[in-house]
Design a protein around this ligand. Structure first.
Ligand SMILES: Cc1ncc(COP(=O)(O)O)c(C=O)c1O
Length: 397
């Protein structure tokens, strides 16, 4: 008999996927270039040529047994050592290879990180608006995801509400900065306040509370924005990174966990993750992709287009009367809808071939997300559709 549990999940398919499927269908009717598809967070800039060149060089020069062989369960030791050195230089940390665990993107990193610091029944706190897959990443481990309501003024952390959720069962805090969907970057002050609060609570409860810091957008930060490295401020931090967005490599499934060298059992986190892999049938990312990213540490795709797109959209939204926190990074913006029901709002937008995602699935109804990882030329054309949509459906008196 098939699992009723997983079967029931088929009825709760991701709204983002549904919107994107609609966009593809509509594209087949009117030409995809005429659908303003802001649904998916799929990078729109190509992987850097230097990365492709490295892959070719590896294929032409490396021993195929090494390139295509099994990787050690924690990842290739030389790759982990290079990564540790890179992080030390960039963020003034003290990692060694033993603190690094190679993963299949941020998803694989979070799935391991949650398991390594929780047991079934423990609670993990996150903050609305949040990446909807957190429900699966956390609740499927037997731990329970608790959601702090959004601070809609700035999309920083609502500490008052957070304190109401903290309790002896709290084992971890899952944060995402720069944030999907709000585009907000947590300030140094926010991270310091969070760290201080958690230090106090660790003492009060007499156990560790880990920060699991989900950082796939670490490099997509706009001009002048303060973007602290979370682990610098709190010892019990597991940084979960992915090359999906920074190098435009989501299909390659490559990322890592970096355990702060000062965290509890720092030397055990990576080896324990390798044990977790056995239980969930995850094995290390392919050797070739580990070797390739280690050759281009610090390299990114041409990310500046995202800031160009953000400015175009933000300015237009403000002109049209939207309430909107200006993003500090990522390729998302999260304005307030023009009616309370953001699902109805997004449905009306579809009449204008604008594909927007309601905030409900991010734990923040009344708002909507635009993933502006699309060509700037298309963003410019979409603004006409946006104006028409707003002026027709929500005329100002
Ligand atoms: C906030 C956040 N976390 C995790 C992920 C998963 O990233 P990956 O594709 O690297 O597994 C995504 C992907 O969009 C994301 O936006």
């Amino acid at each position: 008999m098939v699992s009723e549990d997983y079967k029931s999940m088929l009825n709760g398919k991701s709204v983002i996927r549904q919107m994107s499927e609609w966009a593809a269908k509509r594209g087949a009717e009117i030409g995809y270039e005429n659908v303003f598809d802001y649904s998916l967070g799929n990078p729109s800039v190509t992987v850097p040529q230097a990365f492709t060149d490295k892959m070719i060089e590896l294929l032409q020069t490396k021993n195929p047994m090494e390139l295509h062989g099994y990787s050690q369960s924690q990842g290739i030791p030389a790759v982990r050592a290079k990564l540790a050195a890179y992080l030390n230089k960039t963020f003034d940390m003290n990692y060694t290879a033993e603190h690094i665990f190679m993963t299949t993107g941020a998803a694989g990193a979070i799935a391991h990180a949650v398991r390594v610091v929780t047991k079934p029944g423990d609670e993990v706190i996150t903050f609305a608006p949040y990446f909807p897959e957190y429900q699966q990443y956390v609740n499927r481990t037997g731990a329970v995801l608790k959601i702090v309501p959004a601070d809609t003024e700035a999309f920083q952390i609502n500490f008052e509400k957070m304190e109401e959720l903290l309790n002896e069962k709290t084992a971890a805090i899952l944060i995402n900065t720069p944030n999907n969907p709000s585009g907000t970057v947590y300030s140094t002050k926010t991270i310091q306040t969070l760290a201080k609060l958690l230090e106090e609570k660790q003492k009060e409860y007499g156990h560790d509370i880990f920060i699991i810091s989900d950082e796939p957008y670490r490099e997509i930060v706009f001009e002048g924005v303060d973007a602290p490295y979370v682990s610098k401020y709190y010892a019990n931090t597991l940084s979960c990174y992915s090359y999906s967005k920074s190098l435009s490599l989501p299909g390659e499934r490559i990322g890592y966990i970096a355990a702060n060298p000062e965290c509890t059992d720092a030397a055990l986190i990576s080896v324990m993750c390798a044990q977790i892999s056995r239980g969930i049938g995850h094995n290390c990312p392919p050797s070739i992709i580990q070797l390739a990213v280690a050759e281009v540490l610090g390299l990114t795709a041409e990310l500046s287009v995202y800031e160009t797109n953000m400015n175009l959209i933000y300015d237009e939204l403000v002109k049209l009367g939207f309430t909107c926190v200006k993003p500090g990074g990522t390729f998302y913006i999260f304005p307030k809808a023009l009616e309370e029901d953001s699902v109805a709002f997004c449905q009306k937008a579809m009449k204008y071939d604008l594909v927007l995602v309601p905030g409900d699935s991010f734990g923040c109804p009344g708002y909507f997300r635009m993933a502006y990882c699309i060509d700037t030329e298309k963003v410019e054309r979409s603004l006409t559709a946006l104006r028409k949509f707003v002026e027709t459906e929500y005329p100002r008196s």
